[in-house]
Design a protein around this ligand. Structure first.
Ligand code: PGA
Length: 248
C-alpha cells in the first residue's frame, strides 16, 4: 500500500512568527494521522519551522532548489544547503515556476537529479494548461512532462520521487478537475512510469493531485484508487483547514 502524502505549499506567504504560530496550532490537530504531513515553506521560514517541528510528525520541504551543486549563482539555494538544515522534501517544477521563472523540462530534470543525489525527496509538478486541455492533449502533455522529468533517473532513485498532478487551470482558481478526471490522469502518469521502470516500481511511486483542494473536497480526491495525496496551496495557510485535509 502506498502511503498518502499531504503537502502544504505556502508559496510566498507567512512570516516567521506566523509560521511558528501555525506549527503550534497544527501540531495537536495532525498528531494522530497515519498520513505523511509536509509543509513546503519559504526559505526564510525554513529554519524556524524546522526548529518548531522537532518531536512532531510534521515534515518540512522547500519550494525550489538550484540545479547546480554550488558556485556563482547569486541568490540561489543549493540542495546541499537544504539538506544541511534537515529539509526533507523540495517542490520542483511547480507551474508557477514554469510560467513566471522560465523553468523548462530540462532544468526541472537537472533539479530532480541534484535533489536526489543530496538526499532530498522531490515533489515534481506536472499538469496541462487550459488551452492544452481544450485541445484534448492533456494526457500527451502530462506523460511527456513526466518522461522528461525522470530522464536518467534510475529505478532505486525514482522510488523517492513524488509526482504531483496539478492541472494549471485548477491552481488557485477554485476550479478543480473532478476526482474521476484526476484519477484517470494520474493513472496515465503511472502507466508512463511503468513503461520506463516496470509495473512494480510504478506501483510504489506516490502521485498526488493538486489544484484547489480544500477540506470540503479533500475526501473525494484522496479516496480514489490512484491519488496518493495532495499538494495544497491556499488551503494550507490555515492550520484548522489544512488539518481537516490531512485527516480527510
Ligand atoms: P491551490 O494551489 O491549492 O491554491 O490551488 C495548489 C498548488 O499550487 O500547489
Amino acid at each position: 500500500m502506498r502511503r498518502k502524502v499531504i503537502a502544504g505549499n505556502w508559496k510566498m506567504n507567512m512570516l516567521p512568527d506566523e509560521a511558528i504560530r501555525f506549527i503550534e496550532e497544527l501540531t495537536p490537530l495532525v498528531k494522530d494521522t497515519e498520513n505523511e504531513v509536509v509543509l513546503c515553506v519559504p526559505y526564510t521560514d525554513l529554519f524556524y519551522v524546522l526548529l518548531n517541528v522537532q518531536g512532531t510528525n510534521i515534515k518540512v520541504g522547500a519550494q525550489n532548489v538550484h540545479f547546480e551543486e554550488s558556485g556563482a549563482y547569486t541568490g540561489e539555494i543549493s540542495a546541499k544547503m537544504l539538506k544541511s538544515i534537515n529539509v526533507e522534501y523540495v517542490i520542483i517544477g511547480h507551474s508557477e515556476r514554469r510560467q513566471y521563472f522560465a523553468e523548462t523540462d530540462e532544468t526541472i530534470n537537472k533539479k530532480i537529479k541534484v535533489a536526489i543525489t543530496n538526499g532530498l525527496k522531490p515533489i515534481v509538478c506536472v499538469g496541462e494548461t487550459l488551452e492544452e486541455r481544450e485541445k484534448g492533449i492533456t494526457f500527451d502533455i502530462i506523460t511527456k512532462q513526466t518522461r522528461l522529468a525522470l530522464e536518467g533517473i534510475d529505478k532505486d532513485q525514482v522510488k523517492n520521487v513524488i509526482i504531483a498532478y496539478e492541472p494549471v487551470w485548477a491552481i488557485g482558481t477554485g476550479k478543480t478537475a473532478t476526482a474521476d478526471e484526476a484519477n484517470e490522469a494520474i493513472k496515465k502518469i503511472r502507466e508512463e512510469i511503468s513503461k520506463i521502470y516496470g509495473n512494480d516500481i510504478a506501483e510504489c511511486v506516490i502521485i498526488q493531485y493538486g489544484g484547489s483542494i480544500k477540506s470540503s473536497n479533500a475526501r473525494e480526491f484522496l479516496t480514489k484508487s490512484d491519488i496518493d495525496g495532495g499538494l495544497v496551496g491556499g488551503a494550507s495557510l490555515k492550520p484548522e483547514e489544512f488539518s481537516k485535509i490531512v485527516n480527510y
